[in-house]
Design a binder for this molecule. Structure first.
Ligand code: NAP
Length: 473
Protein backbone atom coordinates (compact mmCIF):
# COMPACT_ATOMS: atom_id res chain seq x y z
CA UNK A 1 0.00 0.00 0.00
CA UNK A 2 1.40 3.41 -0.98
CA UNK A 3 3.03 5.36 1.84
CA UNK A 4 1.58 8.79 2.60
CA UNK A 5 -2.06 7.84 1.98
CA UNK A 6 -4.93 7.88 4.46
CA UNK A 7 -4.69 4.09 4.82
CA UNK A 8 -0.93 4.20 5.26
CA UNK A 9 0.13 7.65 6.50
CA UNK A 10 3.80 8.62 6.60
CA UNK A 11 4.50 8.69 10.34
CA UNK A 12 7.18 11.07 11.58
CA UNK A 13 8.56 11.50 15.11
CA UNK A 14 10.23 14.80 15.98
CA UNK A 15 12.46 14.87 19.06
CA UNK A 16 12.46 18.35 20.55
CA UNK A 17 9.97 21.20 20.32
CA UNK A 18 11.98 24.34 19.62
CA UNK A 19 11.71 26.52 16.51
CA UNK A 20 13.46 24.05 14.20
CA UNK A 21 11.10 21.25 15.33
CA UNK A 22 8.02 23.35 14.60
CA UNK A 23 9.34 24.54 11.24
CA UNK A 24 9.98 20.90 10.29
CA UNK A 25 6.40 20.00 11.29
CA UNK A 26 5.12 22.93 9.23
CA UNK A 27 7.14 21.89 6.17
CA UNK A 28 5.71 18.37 6.48
CA UNK A 29 2.18 19.77 6.79
CA UNK A 30 2.70 21.66 3.54
CA UNK A 31 3.10 18.40 1.58
CA UNK A 32 -0.47 18.54 0.32
CA UNK A 33 -0.27 15.35 -1.74
CA UNK A 34 0.81 13.22 1.22
CA UNK A 35 -0.97 12.17 4.41
CA UNK A 36 1.57 12.69 7.17
CA UNK A 37 1.20 12.16 10.91
CA UNK A 38 3.62 14.11 13.08
CA UNK A 39 4.27 13.29 16.74
CA UNK A 40 6.52 15.77 18.57
CA UNK A 41 8.26 14.58 21.75
CA UNK A 42 9.63 17.03 24.31
CA UNK A 43 11.50 16.32 27.55
CA UNK A 44 9.82 19.21 29.40
CA UNK A 45 6.05 19.57 29.71
CA UNK A 46 6.34 23.01 28.05
CA UNK A 47 7.18 23.39 24.35
CA UNK A 48 9.14 25.95 22.28
CA UNK A 49 12.74 25.30 23.37
CA UNK A 50 14.86 28.43 23.49
CA UNK A 51 11.90 30.69 22.71
CA UNK A 52 10.77 29.98 26.27
CA UNK A 53 14.09 29.10 27.91
CA UNK A 54 16.59 31.25 26.01
CA UNK A 55 15.13 34.42 24.49
CA UNK A 56 15.64 37.29 26.92
CA UNK A 57 12.55 38.16 28.99
CA UNK A 58 12.80 41.81 27.92
CA UNK A 59 12.45 40.81 24.26
CA UNK A 60 8.73 39.91 24.26
CA UNK A 61 8.23 40.64 20.56
CA UNK A 62 10.58 37.82 19.58
CA UNK A 63 8.47 35.43 21.65
CA UNK A 64 5.27 36.20 19.74
CA UNK A 65 6.56 33.69 17.16
CA UNK A 66 4.89 31.03 19.36
CA UNK A 67 1.54 32.09 17.81
CA UNK A 68 2.83 30.50 14.59
CA UNK A 69 3.74 27.34 16.51
CA UNK A 70 0.25 27.20 18.05
CA UNK A 71 -1.22 27.15 14.53
CA UNK A 72 1.13 24.35 13.47
CA UNK A 73 0.14 22.39 16.58
CA UNK A 74 -3.57 22.83 15.77
CA UNK A 75 -3.12 21.14 12.38
CA UNK A 76 -4.85 17.73 12.01
CA UNK A 77 -2.32 14.91 12.22
CA UNK A 78 -0.11 16.75 14.71
CA UNK A 79 0.32 15.53 18.28
CA UNK A 80 2.52 16.91 21.05
CA UNK A 81 3.89 14.66 23.78
CA UNK A 82 5.48 16.84 26.45
CA UNK A 83 7.26 15.44 29.51
CA UNK A 84 8.52 12.50 27.43
CA UNK A 85 12.27 12.09 27.44
CA UNK A 86 13.96 10.45 24.47
CA UNK A 87 16.20 7.61 25.69
CA UNK A 88 14.25 7.20 28.95
CA UNK A 89 10.49 7.26 28.29
CA UNK A 90 10.75 6.48 24.60
CA UNK A 91 13.76 4.80 23.04
CA UNK A 92 15.33 4.65 19.63
CA UNK A 93 13.93 1.11 19.23
CA UNK A 94 10.42 2.33 20.13
CA UNK A 95 10.60 5.01 17.46
CA UNK A 96 11.77 2.51 14.85
CA UNK A 97 8.74 0.36 15.77
CA UNK A 98 6.18 3.14 15.30
CA UNK A 99 7.53 5.64 12.77
CA UNK A 100 8.83 5.75 9.21
CA UNK A 101 11.06 8.75 9.85
CA UNK A 102 12.67 10.42 12.87
CA UNK A 103 13.85 14.03 13.11
CA UNK A 104 16.26 15.05 15.86
CA UNK A 105 15.70 18.69 16.83
CA UNK A 106 17.37 18.69 20.22
CA UNK A 107 19.38 21.88 19.81
CA UNK A 108 22.58 22.56 21.72
CA UNK A 109 21.93 21.77 25.34
CA UNK A 110 25.28 22.47 26.93
CA UNK A 111 27.99 25.10 26.59
CA UNK A 112 31.61 25.39 25.53
CA UNK A 113 34.30 25.76 28.15
CA UNK A 114 37.26 28.15 28.18
CA UNK A 115 39.78 25.51 29.30
CA UNK A 116 41.71 27.84 31.63
CA UNK A 117 42.89 27.37 35.24
CA UNK A 118 40.31 28.36 37.84
CA UNK A 119 37.36 27.83 35.49
CA UNK A 120 35.65 25.49 37.96
CA UNK A 121 35.95 27.83 40.96
CA UNK A 122 32.64 28.73 42.64
CA UNK A 123 31.43 31.94 41.07
CA UNK A 124 32.39 30.80 37.55
CA UNK A 125 29.34 29.82 35.50
CA UNK A 126 28.12 29.12 32.00
CA UNK A 127 26.10 32.09 30.75
CA UNK A 128 23.66 29.58 29.29
CA UNK A 129 22.85 28.37 32.84
CA UNK A 130 22.21 31.92 34.01
CA UNK A 131 19.94 32.46 31.00
CA UNK A 132 18.02 29.24 31.69
CA UNK A 133 17.75 30.25 35.38
CA UNK A 134 16.28 33.69 34.78
CA UNK A 135 13.93 32.20 32.19
CA UNK A 136 12.45 29.72 34.70
CA UNK A 137 13.80 26.51 33.14
CA UNK A 138 12.94 23.68 35.59
CA UNK A 139 16.44 22.13 35.37
CA UNK A 140 18.14 25.40 36.33
CA UNK A 141 15.67 27.18 38.60
CA UNK A 142 17.41 25.97 41.77
CA UNK A 143 20.87 27.25 40.80
CA UNK A 144 22.15 30.26 42.64
CA UNK A 145 24.33 33.10 41.44
CA UNK A 146 26.07 35.38 43.90
CA UNK A 147 24.61 38.72 42.88
CA UNK A 148 26.03 40.30 46.03
CA UNK A 149 29.30 40.60 44.09
CA UNK A 150 29.91 44.08 42.74
CA UNK A 151 32.03 43.19 39.69
CA UNK A 152 31.20 40.58 37.05
CA UNK A 153 32.99 39.40 33.90
CA UNK A 154 31.07 38.14 30.86
CA UNK A 155 33.37 36.35 28.42
CA UNK A 156 32.45 36.48 24.73
CA UNK A 157 31.05 38.94 22.23
CA UNK A 158 27.87 37.26 21.02
CA UNK A 159 24.22 38.10 21.59
CA UNK A 160 24.06 35.81 24.62
CA UNK A 161 26.80 37.93 26.24
CA UNK A 162 24.73 41.03 25.40
CA UNK A 163 21.61 39.47 26.96
CA UNK A 164 23.46 38.52 30.14
CA UNK A 165 25.10 41.94 30.51
CA UNK A 166 21.80 43.73 29.89
CA UNK A 167 19.81 41.62 32.37
CA UNK A 168 22.53 42.11 35.02
CA UNK A 169 22.46 45.87 34.42
CA UNK A 170 18.67 46.30 34.24
CA UNK A 171 16.70 48.03 36.97
CA UNK A 172 13.81 46.38 38.81
CA UNK A 173 11.40 48.63 36.86
CA UNK A 174 12.86 47.42 33.57
CA UNK A 175 12.48 43.77 34.58
CA UNK A 176 9.16 43.73 36.42
CA UNK A 177 7.20 44.17 33.19
CA UNK A 178 8.80 41.12 31.62
CA UNK A 179 8.14 37.40 32.07
CA UNK A 180 11.43 36.88 33.93
CA UNK A 181 11.10 34.12 36.57
CA UNK A 182 9.81 35.53 39.87
CA UNK A 183 12.77 34.24 41.93
CA UNK A 184 15.21 35.79 39.41
CA UNK A 185 13.39 39.11 39.56
CA UNK A 186 13.76 39.10 43.34
CA UNK A 187 17.44 38.13 43.23
CA UNK A 188 18.20 40.76 40.58
CA UNK A 189 16.26 43.42 42.49
CA UNK A 190 18.61 42.80 45.43
CA UNK A 191 21.70 42.63 43.23
CA UNK A 192 24.76 44.67 44.23
CA UNK A 193 26.37 44.32 40.80
CA UNK A 194 27.92 47.62 39.68
CA UNK A 195 30.58 46.83 37.10
CA UNK A 196 30.03 44.36 34.26
CA UNK A 197 33.04 43.66 32.03
CA UNK A 198 32.14 42.17 28.65
CA UNK A 199 35.36 40.74 27.26
CA UNK A 200 35.85 40.13 23.53
CA UNK A 201 38.92 38.28 22.30
CA UNK A 202 38.88 40.09 18.96
CA UNK A 203 38.14 43.70 18.01
CA UNK A 204 34.95 45.76 17.60
CA UNK A 205 34.72 44.88 13.88
CA UNK A 206 34.75 41.13 14.62
CA UNK A 207 32.14 41.06 17.40
CA UNK A 208 29.27 38.67 16.70
CA UNK A 209 26.57 40.61 18.56
CA UNK A 210 24.08 42.44 16.37
CA UNK A 211 23.64 46.22 16.23
CA UNK A 212 20.23 46.58 17.97
CA UNK A 213 21.53 44.52 20.91
CA UNK A 214 24.58 46.78 21.20
CA UNK A 215 22.48 49.95 21.02
CA UNK A 216 20.03 48.60 23.62
CA UNK A 217 22.80 48.66 26.23
CA UNK A 218 22.96 52.41 25.82
CA UNK A 219 19.24 52.79 26.64
CA UNK A 220 19.34 51.26 30.11
CA UNK A 221 17.98 53.39 32.90
CA UNK A 222 20.53 52.61 35.59
CA UNK A 223 23.59 51.69 33.57
CA UNK A 224 26.00 53.35 31.18
CA UNK A 225 28.31 51.82 28.62
CA UNK A 226 32.02 52.48 28.88
CA UNK A 227 34.34 51.90 25.93
CA UNK A 228 38.00 52.88 26.08
CA UNK A 229 38.96 55.15 23.15
CA UNK A 230 41.86 52.84 22.26
CA UNK A 231 39.43 49.89 22.11
CA UNK A 232 37.04 51.72 19.77
CA UNK A 233 39.85 52.52 17.35
CA UNK A 234 40.34 49.90 14.65
CA UNK A 235 43.69 48.23 14.03
CA UNK A 236 45.05 48.54 10.44
CA UNK A 237 43.90 45.05 9.38
CA UNK A 238 40.33 45.60 10.58
CA UNK A 239 40.21 49.05 8.94
CA UNK A 240 41.37 47.52 5.68
CA UNK A 241 38.64 44.82 5.87
CA UNK A 242 35.98 47.42 6.67
CA UNK A 243 36.97 49.50 3.67
CA UNK A 244 37.01 46.53 1.31
CA UNK A 245 33.99 44.69 2.67
CA UNK A 246 30.29 45.35 3.08
CA UNK A 247 29.59 44.01 6.56
CA UNK A 248 26.84 46.42 7.63
CA UNK A 249 26.55 44.93 11.12
CA UNK A 250 30.25 45.45 11.75
CA UNK A 251 30.05 49.02 10.39
CA UNK A 252 27.12 49.89 12.65
CA UNK A 253 28.74 48.25 15.66
CA UNK A 254 31.98 50.15 15.11
CA UNK A 255 30.03 53.43 14.85
CA UNK A 256 28.04 52.75 18.01
CA UNK A 257 31.18 51.79 19.93
CA UNK A 258 32.93 54.97 18.76
CA UNK A 259 29.95 56.95 20.07
CA UNK A 260 30.10 55.16 23.43
CA UNK A 261 33.83 55.82 23.69
CA UNK A 262 33.37 59.60 23.47
CA UNK A 263 30.26 59.89 25.67
CA UNK A 264 30.59 61.79 28.93
CA UNK A 265 29.90 59.48 31.87
CA UNK A 266 26.56 60.30 33.51
CA UNK A 267 27.38 58.73 36.87
CA UNK A 268 24.72 56.01 36.68
CA UNK A 269 24.99 53.36 39.42
CA UNK A 270 25.99 50.56 37.02
CA UNK A 271 28.58 50.42 34.30
CA UNK A 272 28.93 48.00 31.37
CA UNK A 273 32.56 48.02 30.26
CA UNK A 274 32.94 46.69 26.72
CA UNK A 275 36.54 45.58 26.36
CA UNK A 276 38.14 44.21 23.21
CA UNK A 277 41.23 42.23 22.19
CA UNK A 278 41.51 40.46 25.55
CA UNK A 279 41.37 36.76 26.39
CA UNK A 280 40.96 35.28 29.86
CA UNK A 281 43.98 33.20 30.87
CA UNK A 282 43.13 32.38 34.49
CA UNK A 283 40.46 32.83 37.13
CA UNK A 284 42.03 33.60 40.51
CA UNK A 285 40.61 33.13 43.97
CA UNK A 286 40.75 31.28 47.21
CA UNK A 287 37.73 28.96 47.16
CA UNK A 288 35.76 31.50 45.08
CA UNK A 289 36.41 33.64 42.02
CA UNK A 290 38.10 36.87 43.10
CA UNK A 291 39.75 38.11 39.91
CA UNK A 292 40.35 37.36 36.26
CA UNK A 293 43.68 37.61 34.48
CA UNK A 294 43.53 38.70 30.86
CA UNK A 295 46.08 38.73 28.11
CA UNK A 296 46.01 41.48 25.52
CA UNK A 297 45.61 40.11 21.98
CA UNK A 298 46.58 41.38 18.59
CA UNK A 299 44.95 40.38 15.32
CA UNK A 300 46.66 38.59 12.47
CA UNK A 301 45.39 37.37 9.12
CA UNK A 302 44.93 33.62 9.17
CA UNK A 303 45.27 31.28 6.21
CA UNK A 304 41.54 31.45 5.48
CA UNK A 305 41.73 35.26 5.30
CA UNK A 306 39.90 35.95 8.55
CA UNK A 307 41.39 37.99 11.38
CA UNK A 308 42.27 35.84 14.38
CA UNK A 309 43.53 36.82 17.84
CA UNK A 310 46.97 35.95 19.18
CA UNK A 311 48.30 36.82 22.63
CA UNK A 312 50.88 39.49 23.31
CA UNK A 313 53.01 39.68 26.46
CA UNK A 314 50.73 42.25 28.05
CA UNK A 315 48.57 41.06 30.97
CA UNK A 316 46.11 42.66 33.35
CA UNK A 317 44.07 41.42 36.30
CA UNK A 318 40.59 42.70 37.04
CA UNK A 319 38.94 41.99 40.41
CA UNK A 320 35.59 40.22 39.74
CA UNK A 321 33.53 37.94 41.98
CA UNK A 322 31.39 36.37 39.30
CA UNK A 323 32.25 35.12 35.80
CA UNK A 324 29.88 34.07 33.03
CA UNK A 325 31.49 32.36 30.06
CA UNK A 326 29.39 33.06 27.00
CA UNK A 327 31.48 31.51 24.28
CA UNK A 328 28.86 29.37 22.58
CA UNK A 329 26.38 26.55 23.12
CA UNK A 330 27.23 22.92 22.33
CA UNK A 331 25.11 19.92 21.33
CA UNK A 332 25.07 16.67 23.29
CA UNK A 333 24.89 13.06 22.11
CA UNK A 334 21.60 11.16 22.02
CA UNK A 335 21.47 7.44 22.80
CA UNK A 336 21.56 5.34 19.65
CA UNK A 337 22.34 8.28 17.33
CA UNK A 338 25.72 9.07 15.70
CA UNK A 339 27.49 12.10 17.19
CA UNK A 340 30.44 14.28 16.25
CA UNK A 341 31.78 15.16 19.70
CA UNK A 342 34.29 17.71 18.41
CA UNK A 343 31.70 19.79 16.56
CA UNK A 344 28.88 18.98 18.99
CA UNK A 345 26.47 18.03 16.21
CA UNK A 346 24.88 14.90 14.73
CA UNK A 347 26.88 14.22 11.55
CA UNK A 348 24.66 14.74 8.53
CA UNK A 349 24.58 15.37 4.83
CA UNK A 350 22.01 18.12 4.12
CA UNK A 351 19.96 16.93 7.11
CA UNK A 352 20.27 13.18 6.51
CA UNK A 353 22.02 11.58 9.49
CA UNK A 354 25.22 9.82 8.49
CA UNK A 355 27.31 7.36 10.43
CA UNK A 356 30.65 9.14 10.98
CA UNK A 357 32.84 6.08 10.43
CA UNK A 358 31.24 4.63 7.34
CA UNK A 359 29.98 7.97 5.93
CA UNK A 360 26.77 6.15 5.08
CA UNK A 361 23.28 7.59 5.39
CA UNK A 362 21.30 6.23 8.34
CA UNK A 363 17.94 5.30 6.81
CA UNK A 364 14.94 7.26 8.09
CA UNK A 365 16.86 9.58 10.46
CA UNK A 366 17.23 13.34 10.02
CA UNK A 367 18.34 16.48 11.84
CA UNK A 368 17.28 20.12 11.95
CA UNK A 369 18.40 23.25 13.82
CA UNK A 370 21.43 23.59 16.07
CA UNK A 371 22.05 19.85 16.44
CA UNK A 372 22.36 19.80 12.62
CA UNK A 373 24.47 22.89 11.92
CA UNK A 374 25.80 24.09 15.29
CA UNK A 375 24.63 26.98 17.49
CA UNK A 376 24.33 29.84 15.04
CA UNK A 377 21.69 32.11 13.60
CA UNK A 378 18.45 33.58 14.84
CA UNK A 379 15.05 31.87 15.22
CA UNK A 380 14.12 32.56 11.58
CA UNK A 381 17.31 30.89 10.33
CA UNK A 382 15.74 27.60 11.35
CA UNK A 383 12.89 27.83 8.90
CA UNK A 384 14.81 27.32 5.63
CA UNK A 385 17.07 24.89 7.47
CA UNK A 386 14.10 22.68 8.43
CA UNK A 387 12.50 23.05 4.99
CA UNK A 388 15.74 21.77 3.43
CA UNK A 389 15.79 18.68 5.67
CA UNK A 390 12.12 17.94 4.95
CA UNK A 391 12.86 18.08 1.21
CA UNK A 392 15.36 15.23 1.75
CA UNK A 393 12.78 13.32 3.78
CA UNK A 394 10.16 13.57 1.05
CA UNK A 395 12.68 12.52 -1.59
CA UNK A 396 13.59 9.47 0.52
CA UNK A 397 9.96 8.60 1.29
CA UNK A 398 9.13 8.69 -2.45
CA UNK A 399 12.03 6.32 -3.07
CA UNK A 400 10.70 4.11 -0.22
CA UNK A 401 13.89 4.66 1.77
CA UNK A 402 12.30 4.76 5.22
CA UNK A 403 12.30 2.77 8.43
CA UNK A 404 9.97 -0.23 8.41
CA UNK A 405 7.80 0.23 11.50
CA UNK A 406 6.01 -2.95 12.61
CA UNK A 407 3.34 -1.00 14.48
CA UNK A 408 2.79 2.25 12.56
CA UNK A 409 -0.28 3.45 14.43
CA UNK A 410 -1.04 6.58 16.44
CA UNK A 411 -2.83 4.61 19.16
CA UNK A 412 0.12 2.30 19.79
CA UNK A 413 2.33 5.20 20.91
CA UNK A 414 -0.18 6.41 23.49
CA UNK A 415 -0.63 2.84 24.67
CA UNK A 416 3.12 2.45 25.09
CA UNK A 417 3.49 5.65 27.12
CA UNK A 418 0.47 4.76 29.27
CA UNK A 419 1.86 1.27 29.94
CA UNK A 420 5.11 2.89 31.09
CA UNK A 421 3.25 5.28 33.35
CA UNK A 422 4.60 8.36 31.56
CA UNK A 423 2.59 11.46 32.53
CA UNK A 424 2.66 13.00 29.08
CA UNK A 425 1.31 16.42 28.30
CA UNK A 426 -0.67 17.32 25.16
CA UNK A 427 -0.60 20.66 23.35
CA UNK A 428 -4.07 21.37 24.78
CA UNK A 429 -2.55 20.81 28.22
CA UNK A 430 0.23 23.25 27.40
CA UNK A 431 -2.36 25.85 26.38
CA UNK A 432 -3.92 25.41 29.84
CA UNK A 433 -0.53 25.99 31.51
CA UNK A 434 0.02 28.97 29.24
CA UNK A 435 -3.34 30.47 30.26
CA UNK A 436 -2.67 29.84 33.96
CA UNK A 437 0.73 31.54 33.75
CA UNK A 438 -0.83 34.55 32.06
CA UNK A 439 -3.73 34.72 34.57
CA UNK A 440 -1.28 34.57 37.47
CA UNK A 441 0.77 37.31 35.84
CA UNK A 442 -2.28 39.50 35.30
CA UNK A 443 -3.11 39.30 39.00
CA UNK A 444 0.21 40.97 39.83
CA UNK A 445 0.44 43.25 36.81
CA UNK A 446 3.02 41.17 35.00
CA UNK A 447 2.73 39.59 31.53
CA UNK A 448 3.16 36.08 32.90
CA UNK A 449 4.25 34.24 36.02
CA UNK A 450 6.18 31.24 34.80
CA UNK A 451 5.69 27.89 36.50
CA UNK A 452 9.20 26.54 36.85
CA UNK A 453 8.62 23.19 38.54
CA UNK A 454 7.62 20.13 36.50
CA UNK A 455 5.65 18.59 39.41
CA UNK A 456 3.65 21.75 39.83
CA UNK A 457 2.80 21.77 36.10
CA UNK A 458 1.72 18.12 36.14
CA UNK A 459 -0.30 18.45 39.36
CA UNK A 460 -2.04 21.54 38.05
CA UNK A 461 -3.00 19.73 34.86
CA UNK A 462 -4.27 16.74 36.78
CA UNK A 463 -6.46 19.01 38.92
CA UNK A 464 -7.84 20.74 35.84
CA UNK A 465 -8.60 17.43 34.16
CA UNK A 466 -10.56 16.26 37.19
CA UNK A 467 -12.25 19.57 37.93
CA UNK A 468 -16.01 19.57 37.17
CA UNK A 469 -16.77 21.36 33.92
CA UNK A 470 -18.37 24.72 34.89
CA UNK A 471 -20.37 24.64 31.64
CA UNK A 472 -22.21 21.46 32.71
CA UNK A 473 -23.90 23.11 35.75
P1 NAP B 1 28.11 33.44 19.22
O1 NAP B 1 27.36 34.50 18.51
O2 NAP B 1 28.73 32.36 18.42
O3 NAP B 1 29.25 34.19 20.07
C1 NAP B 1 30.24 33.49 20.74
C2 NAP B 1 31.31 34.47 21.17
O4 NAP B 1 32.24 33.77 21.98
C3 NAP B 1 32.10 35.09 20.02
O5 NAP B 1 32.31 36.45 20.30
C4 NAP B 1 33.41 34.30 20.06
O6 NAP B 1 34.52 35.04 19.59
C5 NAP B 1 33.55 34.10 21.54
N1 NAP B 1 34.47 33.03 21.90
C6 NAP B 1 34.48 31.76 21.45
N2 NAP B 1 35.46 31.06 22.04
C7 NAP B 1 36.09 31.92 22.87
C8 NAP B 1 37.19 31.80 23.75
N3 NAP B 1 37.81 30.64 23.90
N4 NAP B 1 37.57 32.89 24.45
C9 NAP B 1 36.93 34.06 24.32
N5 NAP B 1 35.88 34.24 23.50
C10 NAP B 1 35.48 33.17 22.78
O7 NAP B 1 27.25 32.67 20.31
P2 NAP B 1 26.11 33.08 21.35
O8 NAP B 1 26.27 34.44 21.87
O9 NAP B 1 26.09 31.93 22.29
O10 NAP B 1 24.80 33.04 20.46
C11 NAP B 1 24.37 31.85 19.80
C12 NAP B 1 23.43 32.20 18.65
O11 NAP B 1 22.19 32.67 19.18
C13 NAP B 1 23.96 33.33 17.79
O12 NAP B 1 23.64 33.06 16.45
C14 NAP B 1 23.22 34.54 18.30
O13 NAP B 1 23.10 35.59 17.36
C15 NAP B 1 21.88 33.93 18.65
N6 NAP B 1 21.21 34.77 19.64
C16 NAP B 1 20.44 35.79 19.17
C17 NAP B 1 19.83 36.66 20.06
C18 NAP B 1 19.02 37.80 19.51
O14 NAP B 1 18.66 37.77 18.35
N7 NAP B 1 18.73 38.80 20.30
C19 NAP B 1 20.02 36.50 21.44
C20 NAP B 1 20.82 35.47 21.89
C21 NAP B 1 21.42 34.60 20.98
P3 NAP B 1 35.12 34.79 18.11
O15 NAP B 1 34.18 35.49 17.20
O16 NAP B 1 36.45 35.38 18.21
O17 NAP B 1 35.13 33.30 17.89
Amino acid sequence: MALGTSLNPLRVAIIGSGPSAFYAAEALQKQSDLVIEVDMFERLPTPHGLVRGGVAPDHPKIKTVTKVYDKIAAHPGFRYFGNVEYGRDITHADLARHYHQIIYATGAQTDRQMGIPGESLPGSHAATEFVAWYNGHPDYRDLSFDLQQTAVAVIGNGNVAMDVARILASSYEELVNTDIADYALEALANSRVQDIYVLGRRGPAQASFTSPELRELGDLHDAEVIVLPEDAELDPLSSQDMLNGDDRTAERNVQTLARYSTATPEGKPRRIHLRFLVSPVELLGNGQVEAITLVKNELYRSDDGSLRPRPTNEHETIPVGLVFRSIGYKGIALPGVPFDARAGVIPNAQGRVISPDEQKTVTGEYVVGWIKRGPSGIIGTNKPDSVATVAMMIEDASAEKTLNPVEPSAASVERLLNERGVRYVSYADWLILDAVEQERGKAVNRPRLKISRVDEMLDLLQERRHAPDPASD
